[in-house]
Write a protein that binds this ligand. Structure first.
Ligand SMILES: NC(=O)c1ccc[n+]([C@@H]2O[C@H](COP(=O)([O-])OP(=O)(O)OC[C@H]3O[C@@H](n4cnc5c(N)ncnc54)[C@H](OP(=O)(O)O)[C@@H]3O)[C@@H](O)[C@H]2O)c1
Length: 320
């Protein structure tokens, strides 16, 4: 099996390369915008999703059996004033990948977001709940889902949420940086979601690939849209408090700052975000047999990883 990983230098892409499971399952080619890899030892190629012709050429040249699209325009606020670019990368490129894959019979694994939902629910969103993105990023990601769905390619659309890891740009790293220099912080307490580590996403994806490629598998029952998040829920404020409690417990910080809860209205941002975007992830577990642990387990593992300075390619994984 030949595997093309797009977006190899993002948080998720780097975790795929460090975890090593893709390279053990096939011949791995890793694409980044400039053709260089931040971590890992796969063959590197240029893959810019804003260049749709170049993307078609890359697919034609590499002829992958499996495309994993971890690349995305992820600046939620910037997308408000740059929607054309966000739409090309997040909305149109998945359609180009899907059209190529439909012709070749290749499987496409693509990631989407909790921000496709409006946020007015009070129970976790099932996969078939009506969507209603609140901002340009969510609209662009939903366009990508639809383009891939209608391409005819065998696909897995894996919606995830509140993604973080020991590397890259994310809430955990921002909190650790701010908390090291301040006694008090204010964090939004009226947005509910589920913090999810890239390790969980990578291991869940590998479990799905193994199920899909098993000799007795019925591929049609294993394709479609699934929610791949950790279990449980919190708010950004709750997440921040858990980060500081965990960071002091493992010795990453000497003392926790005080975290004041504030309303979203007190922290205006260009993009509106859903007030409630917890995803019902049970279908993923029942379909692929992969249990999705509570978000606190992922936080504990990530803080432990940071405290032992295991950065770069030293991601502990129970998955072969
Ligand atoms: N982060 C979250 O909280 C979150 C929440 C829900 C869903 N998701 C989804 O999860 C997936 C992985 O996200 P992530 O957190 O790993 O994102 P990330 O860390 O921001 O990484 C995104 C990667 O995409 C690359 N990229 C951006 N524009 C590109 C282009 N035109 N061509 C090629 N590559 C491009 C970036 O390249 P550079 O390294 O060159 O900038 C970066 O390496 C995405 O589909 C995202 O929408 C993320």
């Amino acid at each position: 099996m030949k595997i093309l990983l797009l977006g190899a230098n993002g948080q998720l892409g780097q975790t795929f390369l460090c975890q090593g499971g893709l390279a053990r399952r096939g011949e791995l080619v890793a694409a980044s915008r400039d053709g260089r890899l931040a971590v890992g030892e796969a063959r590197a190629v240029v893959g810019d999703l804003s260049d749709l012709t170049g993307l078609q050429a890359l697919l034609g040249a590499e002829q992958p059996d499996l495309v994993i699209n971890a690349a995305a325009y992820t600046s939620v606020d910037k997308a408000e004033s740059d929607e054309d670019m966000a739409t090309r990368v997040n909305g149109e490129a998945p359609g180009v990948i899907g059209q190529w894959a439909a012709q070749q019979g290749a499987l496409v694994i693509h990631y989407s977001t909790d921000y496709v939902f409006p946020g007015d629910a009070s129970d976790p969103y099932p996969t078939d709940a009506p969507t209603g993105p609140q901002g340009a990023y969510g609209r662009s990601k939903f366009a990508g889902e639809e383009a891939l769905r209608h391409s005819g390619a065998p696909h897995l659309i894996l919606r995830t949420a509140w993604v973080y890891s020991a590397v890259g740009h994310n809430f955990l790293r921002t909190m650790l940086r701010l908390g090291a220099n301040r006694d008090e912080l204010s964090v939004v307490a009226d947005q509910h979601g589920t913090p999810t580590t890239t390790t969980l996403i990578v291991e869940g994806t590998l479990a799905a690939i193994d199920r899909y490629t098993a000799t007795d598998a019925d591929p049609t029952a294993l394709t479609g849209t699934f929610h791949l998040t950790a279990s449980g829920e919190t708010t950004w404020h709750g997440f921040a408090e858990a980060i500081f409690a965990g960071a002091t417990a493992v010795g990453l910080m000497e003392k926790s700052p005080t975290v004041h809860p504030i309303a979203s209205s007190e922290f205006p941002t260009p993009a509106r975000r859903p007030a409630y975007s917890v995803l019902d992830n049970r279908e993923f577990t029942t379909t692929f047999g992969y249990p999705l642990a509570d978000w606190r387990d992922g936080l504990h593992a990530t803080l432990s990883q940071l405290s032992t300075k295991k950065r770069g390619c030293h991601v502990d994984s129970p998955h072969p």
